[in-house]
Design a binder for this molecule. Structure first.
Ligand SMILES: Nc1ncnc2c1ncn2[C@@H]1O[C@H](COP(=O)(O)OP(=O)(O)OP(=O)(O)O)[C@@H](O)[C@H]1O
Ligand SMILES: [Mg+2]
Length: 309
């Protein structure tokens, strides 16, 4: 069975308030899918529906081939997925080890398997030395790490991670990001809620931007290229009239100019850059660096999210 997620016109209302409105999306097996959107966009609500924690209002969704809202499929979905919830909710009085052991038992893992898995994850996340400490004494980041281990204890093929690196220090964030990429190599499907656009850009195959309704979806690269204006910065030893003249003669507009750099507005940089650079050189310009400007995923995100206000 393929571990995909298919969502069609999924809607969730709380009373008269619609939190998630008619969302359709598809997540392929082995894909890291980044779910982005401002606070209150409905990301957590969507994950809670897909993880069978709350009911949907309308529409449909299948998770690993099983239908959410269908009572006989519910337990199959729960057994198949790993969930890092937004509020991690640990047993505060139990030790880190016993928190994980409790979940291992819930998933009916053998004692041997539980020992192996718990040791592996606690070591990987740097909590092995704290295994006998009560989870209630942990810092926010340590609790977050423990909850990540808990989500993975039964080797799920499909993971919902709701802001996994929130409250982690830079080093721990990197450990978790690298770990997500390891999980991807093992062909697990990962649904990732995040506010970190550079994180999404680095690890996601596909992203979707939600603001109650879905406002965009595609690979980070496709979304970056969807902004109409693209710009290229050319750094030179010296920008003189011959250089700017060459750029203008080709019909390109200069957006910014300093004595050693030009920002040029282009439509199709992959095709136009070689031509522009050749003309600059012919005009005597000595090129040091060429970089793409702007249109990071962040630019696109801000433009799209503000565009719906
Ligand atoms: N149980 C509930 N009852 C009423 N309203 C709710 C409930 N759960 C969520 N909401 C509302 O639904 C909207 C979406 O919330 P949700 O937590 O899904 O947003 P989010 O995209 O995860 O935001 P954040 O980035 O802040 O985590 C919010 O306006 C929230 O107040
Ligand atoms: Mg949330």
């Amino acid at each position: 069975m393929s571990i995909t997620i298919d969502v069609e016109n999924l809607t969730k209302s709380f009373g008269t308030f619609t939190a998630v409105d008619n969302v359709s999306l598809h997540v392929d097996e082995g894909e890291v899918f980044g779910f982005l959107g401002p606070n209150g966009a409905g990301k957590t609500t969507t994950v809670r529906m897909l993880a069978c924690l709350i009911s949907k209002t309308s529409g449909r969704a299948t998770v690993g081939g099983y239908e959410i809202g269908n009572s006989s499929d519910q337990s199959k979905i729960r057994a198949m997925i790993g969930l890092l919830p937004e509020n991690v909710g640990l047993y505060e009085e139990l030790s880190a080890y016993d928190n994980l052991d409790f979940y291992g038992r819930y998933y009916k893992l053998s004692i041997q398997k539980r020992r192996e898995q718990i040791e592996y994850f606690l070591k990987m996340l740097g909590l092995w030395d704290k295994r006998d400490d009560a989870a209630g004494t942990f810092s926010k980041g340590m609790k977050q790490k423990l909850a990540i281990a808990r989500a993975l204890i039964h080797d799920p093929k499909l993971l919902f991670l709701d802001e996994p690196t929130a409250s982690l220090d830079p080093e721990a964030s990197k450990t978790v990001r690298d770990f997500i990429l390891e999980l991807k190599k093992e062909k697990r499907t990962i649904f990732l809620n995040t506010h970190l656009l550079d994180e999404a850009e680095r690890i996601c195959d596909q992203v979707a931007i939600l603001k109650t309704k879905l406002i965009a979806t595609g690979s980070p690269e496709d979304l970056r290229h969807s902004l109409s204006n693209r710009k290229v910065r050319v750094q030179l030893e010296l920008v003189d009239d011959a250089v700017t003249g060459a750029v203008k003669t080709l019909g390109f507009q200069i957006a910014e100019k300093t004595n050693n750099s030009l920002v040029i507005i282009v439509n199709n940089p992959e095709k136009e850059n070689p031509e522009i650079l050749k003309e600059i050189q012919t005009a005597g310009g000595r090129i040091q660096f060429v970089t793409e400007v702007g249109s990071s995923l962040e630019d696109v995100y801000l433009k799209l999210v503000r565009g719906t206000e």
